[in-house]
Write a protein that binds this ligand. Structure first.
Ligand code: 3HC
Ligand code: NAI
Length: 699
C-alpha cells in the first residue's frame, strides 16, 4: 500500500504530498501522518520551506464525514493539525488543485501561503452538512478575507474559483502551469524575497465596517433563505466571538458550537443525505462498468407543460432536441413558451443572450414522427391517457432506429403496459420529471420489468449530464414519490372533514419544516389534477371520504391557483384563507356522518408523517425503492422536505420505528384499519429495534 503522506526533499524545499483517495479527506490516519510530517519538517535543518500538495483529482475535500458518527475524534483532531502547520518554524505553502473544501481549506489557511491552479475551487461547505467550519475556519477566514465576505462564504457554503479567491485575498498566487513546479518556484520566491510568514491566528481582524447591523443583515438573510436550519446562526455567533474575544477564547466558542452542531439531529439528517445522494446510482445488479448508449439527439413528444420544461434541460446540456406536437399551432405555442422562458432569464440577468441563442439553435420542431427516426432518445410527455400513449408508442416503435431509448414521463400509468405496445420493451424506461421540469432537480428513473441494464445505466449517466438527481423506482401507481405523497394528502383531506382548517394543517406542516403545506401544494398542482389522478386510479380505496374535499372543490371549479380559488383564495400568488372552504368541508362531513372534533398539532403532524412513512415501508419491502436513503433523496429533492430532516425514512429511524409503529396502532384503534395497518416491514423492524437504514444496508 502506498504511504498516505510522502516527504520528499527537492533542494531546500520539502514536498509533503497527501495521497488518500478518492478525495484526500482528513481521516484519522491522514491527520496523524500529516502531523508527523510537520514534526519532520520542523527538525529538518536543511529544509527552508515546504509545499503541501495532494495526489489524485483534488486537494483535501474536508474532514472525513464518515467519522462524524464515531465520537470522540481520535487525536490529533483537525484544529490541532491546522495549528501545528501554522506553528511550523519555516514557511508552508498550500498548492491547491481540484477542490479545497471544509477542513481542506482550513488546512490551507493554517499554511502561511496559498497558491492554486486556475480551475481550483475553494469553499467552506460545512453549512450544507448542518455544521460550521470547526477546524478554526470561522476564526481564520474573517482574518484573511474580512468579516463580511467570510460570513457570505460560510453561510452560503458555495465555493469560489481561483480568480475570485485571489481577488478576495484567499490565495496569494495562481499557478498557470504545472502546479508542483509552480508551487516550488513560489516557495523559492518567498525565501529569496524574505516575504514574512503570516500566521492567521496572530493576525488582527479588520473591524472597519463591522457593526451589529452587519450581523443583523446576515441574520435576516438566514431567516429568508435558511429558516429552521440550526447551523447558520451558530456560524454568525462564531464570527461575533472572533470579533469580540481574544483568539483562544473565541476558538473555544467555535469548538463548543461545532460540537453542538455535530450532535444535532439537523446535521445527522444532512450528513445522511450527503451519503444517500452519492449512493443512489449504485444499482445492485447493474455493474458500474455497464456499457452505456450514446445520447446525441433527443426527441420529445408533446410540447405542453412538461415537454417544454424537459426540452430545456437537454438544450442547456448542449444536446439537440426535436419537439413533436399534434399540429403546427401546438408546436409553435410550445416553442414560444421555451423562448419566452429563456428571454425572461436573460432579462433578469440570469442568462447570457448568447447562451439563449445557442439553446434556441439546438431546438427544432416537427409534427411528423418520420422526422425523429434518427434520435437516440425519445421522451413521451403527451396527455396522461393510456389510449393516447399506446398510439404514440406504437408509432415510435415503427419509426425509431434500433437501439433508441423510448422513455415515458407518465406519472401514474403502468410502464410495463406501455412498454408492451412496442416490440422492444427492453428499450423502454420511465423518466419521470417533476414540474417545473427545467427547475426541479428530481428525476425518477422507472425500471420496467424488461428494461435492460444498459438502458438504466444510460439513464443515470444522462441524469448527471442534465444536472438531475436520478433515483431508481419500480413500477407501481405513483412510483415512489407520488405514491407516498397521496396518503399524506389523504390525511390532510380527512382532517379537514374532521374540522381542522386547511391553513392550520398547512401551518403545522410548515412549522415542521415543509416548504409548503399539503393543501397549498394541491392548489398549486390543481385540485382538478389531483381529482383526476385519484379518480382514475383503478385501485383507489372504496371510501366515500377519500379526497372528498378535493372532489367538492373540483365540482365547484375551484381548481386552485389557476382559477384563483381552491382551498385558498389567491391574490396573485398570495394565498388568503377562505371560510367557505371550511363550510364545504363541514357540509361534506355531515353527508358522510363524520364527527368534527378537536385535533392537536401533535396529531396533525403525526398523521401526515406516519401515513407517508407507512407507505414508504411498503414501497421498500415490495422492492419499488432499493434503499430507504433513495426515498429520502426523492423527498429532499422533489417534495420540499427540509434537508435537515434527512427525509421521511431517516426521520422515522431517528424518532424510532417503535414510536412510529405505536402511533400507527393508535390511529388504527381510533380510525380503523383501512389506512392504518402497519406495514409488515415496519412492524418487523420496530419489534427488532432496527432502522430502515440498517435493513437497507443488510437486506
Ligand atoms: N468525507 C468522506 N467522504 C467523502 C468526502 C468527505 N469529506 N467527500 C467526498 N467523499 C466521498 C464520497 O462519499 C464518494 O464516496 P463513494 O465513491 O464511496 O460514493 C467519494 O468521496 C467521491 O465523492 P463525489 O462522488 O462527491 O465526487 P465528486 O468528484 O463528484 O466531488 C467533491 C468531489 C467536490 C470533493 C465532493 O465530494 C464534495 O463536495 N465533498 C464534500 C466536501 C465537504 O463537504 N467538505 C466538508 C466536510 S466537513 C468538514 O470539513 C468539517 C471541518 O470543518 C471540521
Ligand atoms: P399537457 O396537457 O400540458 O401537455 C401535453 C401535450 O401533449 C399537449 O401539448 C398536447 O397537444 C400534446 N399531445 C397530445 N397527444 C399528442 C400526440 N399524439 N402527439 C404529439 N403531441 C401530443 O400535459 P403535461 O402536464 O405536460 O403532462 C404530460 C405528461 O407528463 C403526462 O403523462 C403527465 O402525467 C406527466 N407529468 C405531468 C406533471 C405535471 O405536473 N404537469 C408532472 C410529472 C409528469
Amino acid at each position: 500500500m502506498q504511504n498516505i503522506i510522502t516527504y520528499k526533499k527537492i533542494g531546500h524545499i520539502a514536498l509533503v504530498t497527501i495521497n488518500n483517495p478518492p478525495v484526500n479527506a482528513m481521516d484519522f490516519k491522514t491527520r496523524l501522518a500529516l502531523s508527523d510530517a510537520i514534526d519532520q519538517l520542523n527538525s529538518d535543518n536543511k529544509i527552508k520551506a515546504a509545499v503541501l500538495i495532494c495526489e489524485g483529482r483534488t486537494f483535501i475535500a474536508g474532514a472525513d464525514i464518515s467519522e462524524f458518527d464515531n465520537l470522540p475524534f481520535k487525536d490529533p483532531w483537525l484544529p490541532d493539525v491546522v495549528q501545528k502547520i501554522e506553528d511550523a518554524n519555516k514557511p508552508v505553502i498550500a498548492a491547491i488543485h481540484g477542490s479545497a473544501l471544509g477542513g481542506g481549506l482550513e488546512i490551507a489557511m493554517g499554511c502561511h501561503f496559498r497558491c492554486a491552479v486556475p480551475s481550483a475551487k475553494l469553499g467552506l461547505p460545512e453549512v450544507t452538512l448542518g455544521l460550521l467550519p470547526g477546524a478554526t475556519g470561522t476564526q481564520r477566514l474573517p482574518r484573511l478575507i474580512g468579516v463580511d465576505k467570510a460570513l457570505d462564504m460560510m453561510l452560503t457554503g458555495k465555493p469560489i474559483n481561483a480568480k475570485q479567491a485571489i481577488e478576495e485575498g484567499l490565495i496569494d498566487k495562481i499557478i498557470e502551469d504545472e502546479l508542483q513546479e509552480g508551487a516550488i518556484a513560489f516557495a523559492k520566491e518567498i525565501l529569496e524575497k524574505q516575504i514574512p510568514i503570516r500566521r492567521l491566528s496572530k493576525t488582527k481582524i479588520d473591524k472597519t465596517n463591522v457593526t451589529t447591523e452587519l450581523f443583523e443583515k446576515y441574520r435576516q438573510r438566514n431567516n429568508k433563505t435558511a429558516c429552521g436550519f440550526f447551523a447558520p446562526e451558530k456560524i454568525i455567533q462564531c464570527v461575533e466571538a472572533a470579533v469580540d474575544l481574544p483568539y483562544p477564547e473565541s476558538l473555544q466558542v467555535e469548538d463548543n458550537l461545532f460540537m453542538e452542531c455535530l450532535n444535532s439531529d439537523h446535521s445527522r439528517g444532512q450528513r445522511h443525505l450527503f451519503f444517500a445522494e452519492r449512493e443512489i446510482a449504485r444499482i445492485p445488479d447493474v455493474p458500474k462498468d455497464t456499457a452505456i448508449r450514446n445520447i446525441n439527439r433527443v426527441a420529445i413528444i408533446g410540447a405542453g407543460t412538461m415537454g417544454g420544461g424537459i426540452a430545456m434541460n437537454f438544450l442547456q446540456a448542449n444536446i439537440p432536441v426535436t419537439l413533436l406536437e399534434i399540429d403546427q399551432e401546438g408546436l409553435q405555442r410550445g416553442i414560444d413558451i421555451i423562448r419566452s422562458n429563456y428571454a425572461g432569464q436573460v432579462k433578469k440577468g440570469r442568462m447570457e443572450q448568447t447562451h439563449m441563442d445557442q439553446y434556441m439553435e439546438l431546438l427544432s420542431g416537427s409534427t411528423a414522427f418520420d422526422n425523429i427516426s434518427d434520435v437516440d432518445l425519445v421522451i413521451e410527455a403527451v396527455f396522461e391517457n393510456m389510449e393516447i400513449k399506446k398510439e404514440v408508442f406504437k408509432k415510435l416503435d415503427q419509426v425509431c432506429k434500433p437501439g433508441a431509448i423510448l422513455a415515458s414521463n407518465t406519472s401514474t400509468l403502468d410502464l410495463d403496459v406501455i412498454a408492451n405496445y412496442t416490440k422492444r420493451p427492453e428499450d423502454v424506461i420511465g423518466l419521470h420529471f417533476f414540474a417545473p421540469a427545467n427547475i426541479m432537480p428530481l428525476l425518477e428513473i422507472v425500471r420496467g420489468k424488461k428494461t435492460t441494464k444498459d438502458v438504466i445505466a444510460t439513464a443515470f449517466k444522462l441524469s448527471r449530464s442534465i444536472r438531475k438527481v436520478g433515483v431508481l423506482a419500480g413500477v407501481c401507481f405513483g412510483f415512489i414519490g407520488n405514491r407516498m405523497f397521496l396518503p399524506y394528502v389523504r390525511e390532510a383531506e380527512l382532517m379537514m372533514l374532521e374540522g381542522v382548517s386547511a391553513e392550520r394543517i398547512d401551518r403545522v406542516a410548515c412549522n415542521w419544516g415543509m416548504a409548503m403545506g399539503p393543501h397549498a401544494v394541491t392548489d398549486l398542482s390543481g385540485q382538478d389534477v389531483f381529482f383526476k389522478i385519484v379518480d382514475g386510479w383503478k385501485d383507489h380505496p372504496d371510501d366515500p371520504a377519500f379526497f372528498r374535499v378535493c372532489k367538492a372543490l373540483f365540482e365547484l371549479e375551484r381548481y386552485g391557483q389557476k382559477t384563483s380559488k381552491g382551498k385558498y383564495i389567491y391574490e396573485g400568488r398570495k394565498a388568503i384563507s377562505d371560510p367557505k372552504v371550511a363550510n364545504i368541508a363541514q357540509q361534506e362531513a355531515e353527508k358522510l356522518g363524520i364527527e368534527q372534533r378537536e385535533i392537536s398539532d401533535d396529531e396533525i403532524i403525526k398523521r401526515l408523517l406516519c401515513a407517508m412513512i407507512n407507505e414508504g415501508a411498503l414501497i421498500l419491502e415490495e422492492g419499488i425503492a432499493i434503499r430507504s436513503g433513495d426515498i429520502d433523496v426523492i423527498y429532499a429533492n422533489g417534495y420540499g422536505l427540509p434537508r435537515y430532516r434527512g427525509g421521511p425514512m431517516f426521520y422515522a429511524d431517528l424518532i424510532g420505528l417503535k414510536q412510529v409503529y405505536d402511533d400507527i396502532n393508535e390511529f388504527r384503534d381510533r380510525y380503523g384499519n383501512r389506512y392504518w395497518t402497519p406495514a409488515p416491514l415496519l412492524e418487523q423492524l420496530a419489534k427488532q429495534g432496527k432502522t430502515f437504514s440498517e435493513w437497507s444496508q443488510h437486506k
